[in-house]
Ligand binder design. Structure first.
Ligand SMILES: *[C@@H]1O[C@H](CO)[C@@H](O)[C@H](O)[C@H]1NC(C)=O
Ligand SMILES: *[C@@H]1O[C@H](CO)[C@@H](O)[C@H](O)[C@H]1NC(C)=O
Length: 500
């Protein structure tokens, strides 16, 4: 089951990778008064605490180029900086070599993927890539002085541990698709306002002509079929009442034209593919996992092209739409049949259909939340003049950690005049995706051997058990994460005895 999960970072085009290759920080932030005092506030005793310990020699760190962006006022040498450790392998870290100095808006840190530093005093934070986070591989024992940071921009289906309170609360800082997270990535798939306001790619007259030639009004294009949102079950029912052209592997009823075969699963913006899908009046846009604020290119692409999305995904999708009449929300219809009747009505009434595309006229973008979020986010998508959100979150963690260390020092020095820094941890609102439910109908009516039923609800509850197991490992100060299974068993036993 794990094998089917995506491991790669999604990109809008090749944008993120291109930006990852560009190490340059450009115009990141302004400076505050505080950091001017950064250097002087670092006491001699603190410096000693920051000395590298044996294994990571001066030499290793000496080889790091002391790269600076527009500059902060942090003049410490590399060996004095707090260390942030990337725990997840694979794509990370996203810089050459295993260690790099990062110079952020207010302070600097060393970032490394070298696990030798795990138990160092200077290692103040560990960052995890959500999709790769495994309770049985967690860095234990969890040291009191270390914070954990979670970067998870991908689908909730990739790791349901993070959707449970006991799982997400292990983290002190989060960057997820949820607007409630510390460093929200909610509009990660929306490059810009201009992307939304692009003129309609295929005029309505042309779409109507194609309809007369026998093209279906609705497009479905999906090749990842066994997913927690169980979308095929819904689409299959909808297909009974309205014509849908389905080109992907799921519910396929049409071959792709030869020239598009290679890009059947492309999420990119390849022009041949874009022109092909833009001809449809409606795009079925169902996310693979359902969670508030989880929205992907499936939603934004039809809005960009001037096709109307028929959407199921984030239950709060209306909060981010250009106006209150630009998306058809599946769950607002009592049944697939009622939805199909509504779509047929729009198909036959041009004025009613066209109303869904009125936002393409600049003045009708009325959603202040959307405008503000796009304007104020510090990271860019396909925008070399802004940091990408991965570097942005790393810097968020770095600045937070330096501020916390400074506050702890100040408190130690003068406990009467300074407040102890308050602990900070994530809450379930930073992800909190619900138990997967049947795409159509009642889960209790599904046969016991139903493929979806056998996988996803169990995966969800199993993830809760693992989250509780890891919590228990940490509480018992275990240093061997493979004891997870034993702790899970103990929890199950005491629960069965009614002690839990
Ligand atoms: C980080 O989170 C852990 C677990 O929730 C918590 O015990 C700890 O106090 C937090 N640390 C800080 C510095 O906030
Ligand atoms: C936790 O375990 C580590 C070694 O595994 C030990 O150094 C540390 O003192 C322990 N902490 C507590 C609070 O028992």
């Amino acid at each position: 089951m794990m094998a089917g999960r995506r491991r790669l970072l999604p990109c809008v085009g090749l944008g993120l990778f291109a930006v990852l290759l560009c190490w340059v920080w450009v115009s990141f932030a302004s400076f505050s008064e505080d950091q001017l005092h950064f250097e002087s506030s670092l006491e001699a005793a603190d410096r000693a605490a920051f000395q590298p310990q044996s294994a990571l020699s001066d030499m290793e760190f000496a080889s790091i180029s002391s790269y600076r962006g527009p500059g902060n006022f942090d003049r410490r040498r590399n060996k004095e900086l707090p260390i942030i450790l990337w725990w997840s392998g694979g794509l990370f870290p996203h810089f050459p070599g295993d260690t790099e100095r990062i110079d952020c808006a207010t302070s600097s840190c060393l970032v490394t993927s070298n696990r030798k530093v795990q138990l160092y005093k200077r290692t103040t934070s560990i960052i995890f890539y959500g999709t790769d986070f495994r309770a049985y591989e967690a860095p234990l024992p969890r040291l009191r002085h270390q914070t954990w940071a979670l970067f998870h921009e991908e689908s909730p289906m990739n790791n349901y541990i993070l959707s449970h309170g006991p799982g997400i609360r292990l983290f002190n800082y989060t960057a997820t698709f949820s607007r409630e997270s510390d460093y929200p990535l909610t509009l990660q798939w929306l490059p810009s306002l201009e992307y939304l306001l692009e003129p309609v790619a295929v005029p309505l007259q042309e779409k109507n002509r194609l309809r007369h030639e026998g093209m279906a009004p609705v497009l479905y294009m999906q090749s990842h079929c066994d997913v927690p949102s169980d979308r095929d079950r819904y689409v299959q029912e909808l297909m009974k009442y309205i014509e849908v052209d389905s080109y992907g592997k799921c519910l396929n009823n049409k071959p792709l034209p030869d020239h598009l075969e290679d890009t059947a699963t492309a999420t990119g913006e390849e022009p041949g593919f874009m022109n092909f899908v833009a001809r449809y009046k409606f795009h079925l846009a169902l996310e693979n996992g359902l969670c508030p604020d989880y929205m992907t290119e499936k939603l934004w692409r039809p809005l960009h092209q001037g096709c109307v999305p028929i959407y199921r995904g984030s239950s709060a999708v209306a909060d981010w739409m250009p106006n209150d009449h630009s998306v058809i929300i599946i769950d607002e219809f009592p049944s697939p049949k009622v939805l199909a009747d509504f779509l047929k009505h729009l198909d036959e009434n041009d004025d009613d259909y066209a109303r869904y595309l009125e936002f393409k006229n600049h003045r009708s973008i009325t959603n202040a939340r959307l405008l503000e979020a796009l304007e104020t986010r510090e990271w860019g998508v396909n925008d070399m003049s802004k940091p990408n959100y991965l570097n942005g979150f790393e810097c968020y963690v770095c600045d937070q950690e330096n501020a916390r260390l400074a506050a702890e020092r100040a408190y130690r020095k003068a406990p009467k005049t300074n407040r102890a820094p308050q602990p900070k941890m994530a809450s379930n609102s930073h992800m909190g995706c619900p138990l997967p439910s049947a795409g159509y109908g009642d889960v209790r009516d599904l046969p016991a051997d139903d493929g979806w039923l056998q996988i996803w609800p169990q995966d969800y509850w199993q993830s809760l058990d693992q989250a509780e197991g890891l919590e228990s490992l940490i509480r018992h100060n275990e240093s061997d994460p493979s004891l997870l299974w034993k702790h899970m068993q103990n929890i199950a036993v005491s629960r069965a005895r009614g002690k839990h």
